[in-house]
Design a protein around this ligand. Structure first.
Ligand code: FAD
Length: 457
């Protein structure tokens, strides 16, 4: 009787799962294992919202395995030790897992390989599970570079890469009797009240509904903040309850400009993953330094606190920050303009903003979060590193009738017309009656400060 272990990490699904597929094809019995890894919390990456979503995912994965005659084995502790224990208990000859990109994931792989070798157990690491195209599978030709630093040429090459056809979910999974499982975690208190539901079943339901109702209009509507017309698949892609390769495959099959624009966004996800895989330090350090000397001190701290709490006095910024607090998710346009507001208008270190996002975002992802923050701060891969988004212009363009602001900033719910985006223009008595803060900083003063700091004319 041969036994293999499938170590689930950011791939909490049964459909299109290459490690599970390989394990079932080569062993009589399979241990589907998830380790509640203490190292993730120790690395400062745990967050109540993501832990709650993870609990949903594990429950659903276990249920899916049970329908197929198996079960999920959950352990808590150090991932290397727990895998080692199960190898000893079951005599497993191979551990299958998805390749990860962060420095944490890369170290985890190394540690597992070293620990398993003496026990005669092989580690089989599968590419293109967490991303549609594996990092490093496409590199700039003839340049000697190990990754693309610019999105558009990456997108061109990525689009030409063949994708595998998605694997079906297995019909049956035989799990050995032995390995005991810890209890499945459950949703704890203290999460954002509007947090989405996790799990593969929910992810697939959302994706089906999205292809039917949202995809075709995506190109036209993705920036409509009030319309909320993006897929909201990001937490499912982050936890791997949806396979990115399958998402691309099916969107391409649907065809049309909406699908093309959507696939391009999913490519951004792969793009940031291949940057991080090649430059793991970019999670902490500037990818391209601009010699910034970010503001510190009391005023900067107070303004950052106002930003976190959604009371900067700029309605669209505050609306987006409050959406983040309430849902553990924020519209992409909101992420762009709130990040620009912190890093450029307030000129506060992007790491402070990235930390706050990671604390709350249910899709909070080292590759996507840190590298998008760097992109916006101008220390990353943006070819226009000094662009500053004006929150009023942005609001008028992407929330033209103010519905997004009125939804999230109840103080402004009764303000009519474009004053909802510029309440400081209201007559004084009216303005003071709102109970809404005055702007923390003037935009032109902030722009001058930023230009001076970056040495621009
Ligand atoms: P859709 O518009 O439906 O896009 C489909 C999918 O494409 C998304 O689910 C996502 O996986 C991917 N995608 C879209 N835009 C981007 C992008 N710019 N970069 C990378 N992938 C993208 N995304 C995360 O998944 N996790 C994060 O932690 C994260 N942090 C961000 C921080 C900042 C400052 C910014 C500007 C963007 C961040 N994003 C992050 C990217 C993007 O905002 C979200 O992926 C998107 O808003 C999720 O909503 P959706 O699923 O409806 O996206």
């Amino acid at each position: 009787m041969t036994v293999a272990i499938v170590l689930f990490t950011s791939d909490l699904r049964l459909h299109d799962h290459p490690p599970l597929h390989a394990a079932l094809a080569s062993a009589d019995e399979v241990v589907p294992l998830f380790v509640l890894d203490k190292g993730v919390d120790a690395a400062g990456f745990g967050s109540p919202n993501r832990r709650a979503f993870l609990a949903d995912c594990l429950r659903d994965l276990d249920a899916g395995l049970r329908e197929r005659g198996g079960r999920l084995v959950v352990r808590e502790g150090d991932v290397t030790e727990e895998v080692g224990r199960i190898v000893t208990e079951t005599g497993a000859g191979t551990v299958h897992m998805a390749a990860g990109v962060s420095s944490y994931a890369q170290r985890r792989e190394e540690r597992l390989r070293e620990a398993l070798a003496p026990a005669g157990c092989r580690l089989s690491v599968h590419d293109a599970v967490v991303t549609a195209v594996a990092p490093g599978a496409v590199v700039p030709s003839g340049s000697g570079r190990d990754h693309f630093a610019v999105f558009t040429p990456y997108f061109r090459r990525w689009s030409g890469e063949g994708l595998r056809s998605p694997f079906r979910a297995p019909r049956a999974v035989r799990v050995p009797d032995g390995p005991a499982s810890a209890a499945l975690p459950s949703r704890a208190q203290g999460v954002s009240p509007g947090l989405a539901e996790g799990g593969e079943t929910e992810g697939r339901r959302l994706f089906t509904a999205w292809r039917r109702d949202g995809l075709a209009a995506y190109e036209d509507r993705h920036d409509d903040m009030a319309g909320d017309a993006t897929s909201r698949l990001s937490p499912h892609l982050h936890f791997g309850t949806l396979s990115p390769a399958e998402v691309v495959h099916r969107a391409r099959a649907a065809g049309g400009p909406g699908a093309e624009a959507f696939v391009r966004q999913v490519c951004w996800r792969d793009f940031h993953h291949q940057v991080l895989a090649a430059r793991p330090a970019a999670s902490r350090s500037d990818y391209r330094t601009r010699q910034d000397r970010w503001r510190t001190g009391r005023a900067a701290e107070d303004e950052t606190a106002a930003w976190r709490e959604g009371r900067t006095g700029y309605p669209v910024v505050d609306a987006a920050m409050r959406q983040l607090l309430h849902e553990g998710w924020m519209h992409n346009r909101g992420r762009l303009l709130t990040a620009s507001f912190l890093a450029k208008t307030l000129y506060v270190d992007w790491r402070a903003g990235a930390r706050h996002f990671l604390e709350l975002l249910v899709d909070g992802d080292i590759a996507n979060n840190q590298l998008n923050w760097q992109w916006v701060a101008g220390t990353g891969t943006d070819s226009r590193p000094n662009r500053v988004l004006n929150p009023v212009t942005q609001a008028k363009r992407y929330d033209p009738d103010g519905a997004y602001v009125r939804r999230w900033v109840p103080e402004l719910a009764g303000v009519r017309g474009s004053a909802v985006h510029e309440p400081w223009k209201l007559p004084r008595r009216e303005r003071e009656g709102l109970g809404y803060p005055a702007p923390v900083v003037g935009l032109s003063e902030a722009l001058t400060r930023f230009k001076e700091a970056r040495g621009l004319d």
